[in-house]
Write a protein of this length. Structure first.
Length: 75
């Protein structure tokens, strides 16, 4: 079930809403208004470079051994 971002046309508040069915009408949780605009959502991916190391290796070790077919530690 998707979570959508909306903006209420009545009170102008922005909020997220879990949409369980297209048949159920969405309403503003603050004022109860039904005139909603669906907003364009964005997402952010966070990479923890400390855990994968500067080389891109899953263990932080150098992946020079991958050339010989030993790539168990490389991603």
């Amino acid at each position: 079930m998707p979570i959508y971002e909306f903006k209420c046309g009545k009170c102008q508040i922005e909020f997220e809403l879990l949409v369980t069915s297209a048949a159920s009408p969405a309403r503003c949780p603050v004022c109860g208004g039904a005139r909603l605009s669906r907003l364009m959502s964005s997402f952010r991916r966070t990479v923890n470079y400390d855990s994968i190391g500067a080389t891109g290796s899953g263990t932080g070790r150098d992946c020079a051994g991958c050339g010989g077919g030993n790539c168990a530690n490389c991603f």
